[in-house]
Design a protein. Structure first.
Length: 531
């Protein structure tokens, strides 16, 4: 089975509750196109497109793809940076009923080939070159098509070289049958750092609810200006509420080609940005740059931070720098989203990762035997709900372990829930150092390290040890003005940390390797330390 459906009784309940409205994603701009056709939808450098212009381009893309022979159900791997063309192309694929597979710009041959093969993609969309590095995606496309022969067409945004220019894939709009709302609208990519990425099928019904409810919780409207700084192919900046949630709300999306502090802070000042999103390491860099320079950031109403756990100390520093605009976001491309809400007490905003988006989100916090833990205790988080998938795409065997028999997704997160219902993430079930039989939570130690005034970021990783089995290595990135590693041992002991949790080794690095979406890549870090 390619896609695991929601059982009928759940699907019926979600429709009756109004979560699923039977509306294909391709029509999400209709209301604003009718009422406010000349309102600005997208800004990308000197490019400004209105809602009417985006809508027309989406129609022309849908028709152009149909002329090329693409049809409803065809999978198309889309690997584009944060450019204006991304939005009408995505909407055009939705309108055609084709299924975009969201690849991140940082992916290279192994990931791209895997996505094309595992999805059965018939087309591959790339940029010409990567801004900054000059990496040539056209060369990558040649490698991919050689190993994934099912890909019959390569479309390129920019100088297409031997391939078809994306700008030429347009034709006069024509009537097209609307896709069924309970069919996959897109395939997202799992965010894990181990193994080949898995494909996450999100339907028109569930993803529309995802972005619509997220926009409502975040208070987006026609005056909202969202800065897309993270790669837009990732779930967080795409629909939490992200680009799609902003456009559905009638706001303006500003595309940012790089998440560098200078580019982001300048864009916030220039475009009067009201909302943007970051992962914790990026947010720390932005805060450091904002503290050292004079940028007008007074328009910012919401700084979303998610994708990895944000410590209390780091959260407090962000509030000190940016003001009371922080929103913690905990979630996953597989579905479940938790948000702190604007107006929450500061203790909730800095100390928790928020509460579930939907009234019909069902959570279980269980022990290793799947038995419920005592309320307030730490356990494994399981989730089920109107926008949480029931299985990965074409992964029947894997799904048997990733989901419970009654459809709860095993998130892999260790959490506890407060009496008020807010989630506190304590770490990942597998992100532990096993030092001579003592289990060390890397998140706990990292939080302590990041509280040191000299440390900008920190990661604790396990490295093999013939005596201990594993020893812990703390990798530190220092703040500007600090050149030498601080006394980590004394500092952590002073904070009351048990001796076995004190890092065995301390390394100072210029930066930490990150995954495609900016999370610290501990597998790559361990490889660096042991090479």
């Amino acid at each position: 089975m390619d896609v695991v459906p929601w059982p009928a009784k759940f699907a019926d309940r979600y429709r009756r509750s109004g979560y699923w409205r039977g509306e294909p994603l391709g029509g999400m701009l209709a209301d604003h196109v009718a009422r406010r056709p000349d309102a600005t939808a997208i800004i990308d450098g000197d490019t400004r497109w209105t809602y009417a212009q985006v809508d027309e381009r989406a129609d022309r893309f849908a028709s152009g793809l149909a002329v090329l022979g693409f049809a409803a159900g065809d999978r198309v791997v889309v690997q584009l940076p944060n450019v204006a063309e991304f939005v009408p192309l995505l909407l055009g694929l939705f309108r055609l009923g084709a299924v975009p597979v969201m690849a991140l710009p940082a992916y290279r041959r192994a990931e791209a080939v895997h996505l094309c093969r595992s999805s059965g993609a018939v087309a591959y969309v790339v940029a010409d070159c990567e801004p900054g590095s000059g990496f040539d995606y056209r060369v990558l496309a040649g490698e991919v098509t050689a190993e994934a022969p099912g890909v019959r067409q390569v479309l390129v945004a920019g100088d297409a070289g031997p391939y078809l220019p994306l700008k030429d894939v347009q034709d006069e709009p024509r009537p097209l049958p609307a896709p069924a709302p309970d069919t996959p609208a897109l395939l997202l990519v799992s965010g894990g750092t181990t193994g080949a990425p898995k494909l996450i099928p999100r339907t028109h019904d569930d993803y529309f609810y995802n972005l619509r409810a997220s926009a409502q919780v975040c208070g987006l409207g026609e005056d909202s200006v969202y800065l897309a700084a993270l790669p837009v192919g990732h779930n967080f900046p795409l629909a939490c509420p992200g680009v799609l949630g902003t456009l559905h709300s009638g706001g303006t999306v500003v595309m940012c080609r790089t998440p560098s502090p200078r580019a982001v802070l300048a864009a916030i000042e220039k475009h009067r940005v009201t909302c943007t999103a970051a992962v914790p390491p990026l947010a720390a860099q932005w805060a450091q740059a904002a503290s050292a320079s004079r940028w007008d950031l007074s328009s910012l109403e919401l700084l979303q931070v998610g994708g990895a756990r944000l410590s209390v100390d780091a959260a407090e520093r962000l509030v000190d720098t940016f003001g009371p605009v922080l929103q913690q976001v905990f979630g996953m491309a597989e579905g479940l989203l938790c948000y702190t809400r604007p107006g929450d007490d500061m203790e909730v905003i800095v100390g928790t990762q928020g509460r579930p988006l939907s009234p019909d989100d069902e959570l279980r916090i269980v022990d290793d035997d799947d038995d419920a833990v005592v309320p307030g205790s730490i356990g494994h988080l399981l989730a089920r709900g109107p926008y949480t998938i029931r299985g990965y795409y074409r992964a029947e065997e894997y799904n048997r372990g990733a989901f419970t028999p009654d459809g709860f997704y095993r998130t892999g997160d260790l959490v506890r829930q407060t009496a008020a219902g807010d989630i506190v993430v304590e770490g990942r079930a597998k992100d532990l150092v096993n030092r001579a039989g003592e289990k060390i939570s890397t998140d706990e130690v990292q939080d302590h390290l990041r509280s040191h005034p000299a440390i900008l970021d920190a990661a604790l990783v396990a490295v093999p040890d013939p005596r201990l089995g594993e020893r812990s290595c703390a990798c530190l990135v220092l703040r500007d003005g600090f050149d030498e590693a601080p006394d980590v041992v004394g500092y952590l002991r002073g904070r009351g940390l048990a001796d076995y949790k004190i890092p065995d080794v301390v390394r100072v690095l210029p930066s930490l390797p990150v995954t495609a979406v900016g999370k610290v890549d501990k597998r790559a870090l361990a490889s660096i330390l042991t090479s």
